[in-house]
Design a protein around this ligand. Structure first.
Ligand SMILES: Cc1cc2nc3c(=O)[nH]c(=O)nc-3n(C[C@H](O)[C@H](O)[C@H](O)COP(=O)(O)OP(=O)(O)OC[C@H]3O[C@@H](n4cnc5c(N)ncnc54)[C@H](O)[C@@H]3O)c2cc1C
Length: 408
């Protein structure tokens, strides 16, 4: 019997998860991306945090935190199952995050702690009812409070005197990409159509035809029974060609990241997330450069158009003008200097950016912004055509599993 065929649009974390899941279901898959390799865009130029829900305490419905937690607890299990590669999670994992509660936090420390307690309860319930692990581990407790003295080892007391230690961590994305690349290369059922832009998806009598062009201008096309749109910042445009338009307002944001080496005086600094508001993060990896972002310095683009502006392309492809990159990085370091003294002496090696798609129309400094609610995301289905809003890197394998469940 002929294999069922699928075309997966986009080889970011979402497309890769879907393609790997489909090949395990016996599909023959064409995985298409305009980039020359997998995981070259948002899924590479991001913080890599596998969110347990701590940063979504401003969603009073608790739905975003619960979704992130559930997704995070299936992340490594699903990828282990689908890749067939022994992914060394501990090697890829950053040091765990200390959450620093800013004096100017939008949510009071009491409310944050209340929401973290709820998270702990939910964590125990999910593990009991659904199993799973957090990147291969099942700690009994996912956070503990820190004393003012513990905080002040690193944190300026003018900025914060309260915080918690969590078990949450980020993945080192260069190493993660190597694992995924190996898994894709091993799979004879996945055709990697890289360097191929997607231009249109057409329904045919037997399924779908997808067409586009290669870098040199030659055309390509593939035919399949189903199509899965995982194009992230290119997703709405293709959906629109299929006659699908969102009913909600959306926004694309362009967010920069810097990777660098901290000064010796900061050796041993834990990974940090500052809550809750437009602050930033530092991610410490055992074998890679440190990730640094400070929201007011790093958020540089905003559009509610169907497609992102072409001028965002260079930074998203990792080709940023050195002087512009340095300016952004220095602003980010100066911002973080308020939290940790000495950050300004960091040596920056890389500055680039990624696009964030989310529902909403105001920024995160607005307590009522929908950007604090990330649960209206996931799989949409239109008679053989699927479109997946990944929402967060964390959610991709979880949504790929939901998609497979819908296929039956
Ligand atoms: C700075 C930053 C920090 C972030 N931090 C985190 C974090 O810590 N934790 C977390 O969970 N999430 C984080 N995110 C969000 C996360 O990066 C995204 O949710 C996730 O990577 C999206 O994955 P994706 O596969 O949908 O998109 P992508 O990785 O962007 O994949 C989409 C693919 O589609 C391709 N494509 C697009 N249009 C076309 C076309 N027309 N033809 C062919 N190919 C096309 C692109 O080349 C790309 O490879 C962050 C994002 C940014 C920008």
């Amino acid at each position: 019997m002929a294999l069922k065929k699928a075309i997966v649009l986009g080889a970011g974390i979402q497309g890769v998860s879907v393609a790997l899941g489909l090949q395990r279901r016996g599909y023959s898959v064409a995985l298409v991306d305009k980039a020359p390799d997998c995981l070259m865009r948002a899924s590479f130029r991001n913080e890599g945090k596998i969110h347990m829900g701590f940063v979504y305490a401003n969603d009073s419905s608790f739905k975003t935190s619960a979704l992130m937690l559930r997704a995070s607890l299936s992340f490594s299990r699903l990828l282990d199952e689908w890749t067939g590669v022994a992914i060394e999670w501990p090697v890829l994992t950053s040091s765990p995050f200390m959450y620093v509660i800013a004096r100017s936090s939008m949510v009071t420390p009491e409310s944050l702690l209340e929401s973290y307690e709820k998270l702990q309860h939910e964590y125990v319930t999910i593990l009991k009812q659904e199993g799973g692990s957090y990147l291969g581990k099942r700690p009994a407790s996912i956070w503990s409070p820190l004393s003012a003295d513990q905080m002040q080892v690193w944190i300026n007391k003018k900025f914060s005197v309260s915080g918690v230690q969590t078990v949450e961590a980020s993945l080192e994305l260069e190493g993660f990409r190597r694992m995924i690349r190996t898994a894709l290369a091993r799979s004879s059922a996945i055709e990697r159509c890289f360097g191929c832009s997607v231009e249109s998806v057409i329904r045919t009598a037997n399924g779908f035809r997808v067409e586009g062009s290669r870098e040199g201008g030659t055309m390509w096309e593939r035919h399949a029974d189903i199509v899965v749109n995982c194009l992230w910042d290119g997703r709405l445009k293709v959906d629109e060609h299929m006659g699908i338009r969102p009913k909600r307002k959306w926004v694309y944001r362009l967010k920069y990241r810097s990777m660098g080496r901290l000064p010796r005086t900061l050796a041993g600094l834990p990974s940090l997330t500052v809550v809750l508001g437009p602050y930033g993060d530092v991610v410490m990896y055992p074998r890679a450069n440190t990730y640094i972002s400070w929201y007011p310095a790093c958020m540089r683009g905003w559009t509610d158009a169907v497609s992102v502006p072409p001028e965002w392309e260079e930074a998203c492809a990792g080709r940023i003008d050195a002087a512009a990159g340095d300016r952004i990085a220095q602003e980010a370091l100066s911002g973080f200097e308020e939290v940790v003294t000495g950050m300004v002496h960091t040596k920056i090696d890389v500055v680039d950016a990624g696009v964030i798609f989310s529902w909403g129309k105001t920024d995160i400094d607005d307590p009522d912004s929908e950007l604090h609610e990330r649960f209206h995301i996931g799989v949409q289905q239109h008679d053989g055509y699927f479109s997946i809003d990944t929402g967060k890197f964390t959610c991709a394998p979880f949504f790929a599993q939901q998609f497979l469940d819908r296929l039956g």
